[in-house]
Ligand binder design. Structure first.
Ligand code: 5AD
Length: 344
C-alpha cells in the first residue's frame, strides 16, 4: 500500500496491525515527515500543547537481576552501589514538589532491601503531597503491589522491554516474559495507571519485533510508554553491540501516538543521550512527556544503566527552571496539573 495511505488508515483506526506497522517503519524522506506530522497533529488534539514533567528519584542501584543489556545487572562487580535512606528519598521528593513537580517517579534496581513495609512508609510520607506517585521497582509480589497502592501509589512503570518472547527470555535469564506480563496485568488490575515501553535496536530485533512491541502496548492499553534506543554498556554481555538508531526510535514514538492515541509518551532520556536534537524531534513526532533526574548528584553517575554524560551540578529548582526554558524553546508549555492518564 502507498505509504501515506497506510499512515492515514492507521490514524483513522482502520488498519493497525503488525503488517501495517512493519511497513510504516520503513518510511523515509518526505513520507517520514508526513508520519511525524500526523503524529504531531494527534498529539495536539489529544494532549494539547503541554508537556508533563516527571521528576525521577533513582533511589538504589542495587539489583538482583541479570539483564544482559543493563549496567546495573547484579554481575557487574565494577559498579559502586548506593541506597538512598528513606528520609533522604522523602526530603528529595519534598524539595522537588516545592520546585513545582507534580509527578514523582520512585525508581530503582530490583532491590529487596526496600521491602513492603519500608516502601509503604516512604509512599505514605508522600501521599499527602499534591504530586502523583509513580513506582518503578520491577517484578515484585502481588501483596507488595497491593500494599504500595493502598499506601498511596498511583502509577507503575514496568516496561515489557521486547515483545519477542524468545529474545526477552535470552536477555533476562533471571525471569521470563510470562512473569513480566503477569506482573503488568496484576498492576493494572490493582488500579494503577500502567507505564510500559521497550528498547529499539536490541541485538536480534527486527522491524517485525518493533511492530509486535507497539501492538502489545495497544493490547495492554497502557497509559504511558517509554520508547528508547538501546545503548551498549561496556560492562555487560552486550558490550560492543551497535546501539539503537535514534530515527527508528522516533518512528516508533510517532506510530505509538497514531495507533494508541491517548498514551503518554516521553522523549526518553536514552534518546537524548544519542543527541539533544533527537529529543526535540520526538517532541515534534508525538511525545508529550519529559523526565528529569532528582536524586543528589553524587548518585547520578552510579545509576549506570547505560553510558551517559551528566550536566553541571545545579539545585533541583535550578534544573527545573532550565527545563521550563527548554520546553518553551520547543514551542510548548509545562503542564500545571499532575498529568494523569488521558481517558478518551
Ligand atoms: N540501553 C537503553 N536502555 C536501557 N535500559 C536498561 N538498560 C539499557 C540500555 N543498555 C532501560 C530499560 C529499563 C529502563 C530503566 O532503562 O528499558 O526498563
Amino acid at each position: 500500500m502507498d505509504m501515506r495511505k497506510a499512515i492515514d488508515a492507521m490514524a483513522a483506526g482502520r488498519e493497525i496491525s503488525e503488517d501495517s506497522i512493519s511497513h510504516i517503519l520503513t518510511v523515509e524522506g518526505r513520507d517520514m515527515d508526513y508520519l511525524f506530522h500526523t503524529a504531531d497533529e494527534i498529539r495536539q488534539q489529544i494532549c494539547g500543547d503541554v508537556i508533563h514533567v516527571r521528576g525521577i528519584i533513582e533511589f538504589s542501584s542495587y539489583c538482583r537481576c541479570a539483564c544482559l543489556y543493563c549496567g546495573l545487572q547484579a554481575g557487574n562487580e565494577k559498579l559502586l552501589r548506593y541506597r538512598m535512606p528513606p528520609q533522604e528519598i522523602v526530603a528529595t521528593a519534598q524539595e522537588a514538589i516545592a520546585a513545582g513537580y507534580r509527578t514523582l517517579v520512585l525508581q530503582a534496581g530490583e532491590d529487596l532491601w526496600y521491602d513492603k513495609t519500608i516502601l509503604s512508609s516512604i509512599i505514605n510520607d508522600l501521599s499527602a503531597c499534591e504530586a502523583a506517585i509513580t513506582l518503578g521497582v520491577g517484578e515484585r509480589r502481588l501483596d507488595e503491589y497491593q500494599a504500595w497502592k493502598e499506601a498511596g501509589a498511583d502509577r507503575y512503570l514496568i516496561k515489557h522491554e521486547t515483545a519477542d518472547e524468545a529474545l526477552y527470555n535470552r536477555l533476562h535469564p533471571h525471569s521470563s516474559f510470562a512473569n513480566r506480563l503477569k506482573c503488568m496485568r496484576q498492576i493494572q488490575e490493582l488500579g494503577y495507571q500502567l507505564g510500559s515501553g521497550f528498547m529499539v535496536g536490541l541485538p536480534g530485533q527486527t522491524n517485525r519485533t518493533l511492530a509486535k512491541d507497539i501492538m502489545l502496548l495497544k493490547e495492554l492499553d497502557v497509559d504511558m510508554a517509554g520508547i528508547g534506543p538501546f545503548i551498549a554498556h561496556p560492562q555487560t554481555e552486550l558490550a560492543g553491540s551497535c546501539s539503537g538508531d535514534p530515527m527508528l526510535t522516533i518512528k516508533c514514538v510517532a506510530i505509538a501516538r497514531i495507533a494508541l492515541k491517548r498514551v503518554h509518551l516521553p522523549a526518553t532520556t536514552a534518546l537524548g543521550v544519542r543527541g539533544a536534537e533527537y529529543k526535540k524531534s520526538a517532541f515534534a513526532a508525538g511525545a508529550n512527556v519529559i523526565m528529569l533526574k532528582l536524586e543528589p548528584h553524587e548518585y547520578r553517575a552510579l545509576y549506570d544503566i547505560y553510558p551517559k554524560s551528566l550536566g553541571p551540578i545545579k539545585t533541583i529548582a535550578e534544573e527545573r527552571k532550565q527545563l521550563e526554558e527548554y520546553v518553551t524553546s520547543v514551542g510548548r508549555q509545562v503542564a500545571d496539573d499532575n498529568g494523569d492518564a488521558i481517558r478518551l
